[in-house]
Unconditional design. Structure first.
Length: 236
């Protein structure tokens, strides 16, 4: 199975985030630890705040009995990198404070900002699909190390595991494509560092390419043989 080599022009670029537009280390070594550090103070200040209820009440009842049980469950999910919506939503809430205070700024790979601007100027739609929540995605692209820092005006739509589904499932990519029927699925190009995600996108009818970035897991020879692999957006 290989990516389509159709000459039909790509009209939509669908982007993964971690390991594709920014280093995996930013999420694992910066964002995750920041949320863990920020949570205890947030729970003390916001536990009974109605505005915080939508985040707290999304957790299973058995973990809402005390701040300690809540924090322990949160830490366990983070350490295991569980892809679950209520964790992602609370992480996004905690990161929002960090971005607003200037404590967080997303480091993009050098080739990313220029290519995003070029695609946008050429009329290609740019959309995001990440396991991180849509609000967290928007925060990341709003606070980057690019100039200008806010790249959200370049993004046409946002998808996560809540509004699209799991990233390794074929039906998720069909759901995304069907949400923009003006673009045939063969005009979509999905870029990711994950071979299972790339395979699912291809099986859904999209074109897809694997990014081999610094800090990413080593790709197997089988993966390299089966899929198109690039090291930079500049290769597209």
């Amino acid at each position: 199975m290989t990516a389509s080599t159709s000459s039909e022009e790509v009209q939509v670029i669908l982007l993964d985030i971690e390991g594709t537009v920014c280093p995996i280390s930013f999420v694992k070594d910066v964002l995750f630890p920041y949320a863990l550090r920020a949570l205890p103070e947030t729970l003390v200040a916001q536990w009974d705040n109605p505005d915080f209820a939508k985040y707290k009440d999304a957790f299973p009842p058995e973990y809402r009995q005390s701040k300690g049980e809540f924090a322990a469950h949160f830490q366990d999910l983070v350490e295991r990198d569980v892809k679950i919506s209520y964790l992602k939503s609370l992480q996004g809430y905690l990161w929002e404070e960090g971005y607003a205070a200037g404590h967080l700024k997303a480091p993009l790979f050098p080739d990313v900002p220029g290519k995003l601007h070029a695609w946008h100027q050429n009329g290609v739609k740019i959309m995001i699909y990440s396991s991180g929540s849509v609000p967290a995605q928007k925060l990341l692209f709003k606070h980057t190390d690019a100039e200008p820092s806010d790249l959200t005006p370049l993004i046409s739509d946002w998808f996560d595991t809540v509004n699209a589904g799991l990233k390794t499932e074929v039906k998720s990519y069909r759901t995304i494509a069907e949400s923009h029927p003006e673009f045939p699925v063969r005009q979509w190009l999905f870029l990711s560092d994950n071979a299972k995600e790339v395979e699912a996108a291809i099986d859904a009818g999209m074109r897809s390419v694997i990014l081999r970035r610094p800090g990413n897991a080593e790709l197997s020879q089988e993966t390299i043989a089966r899929f198109r692999v690039i090291d930079s957006f500049s290769s597209l």
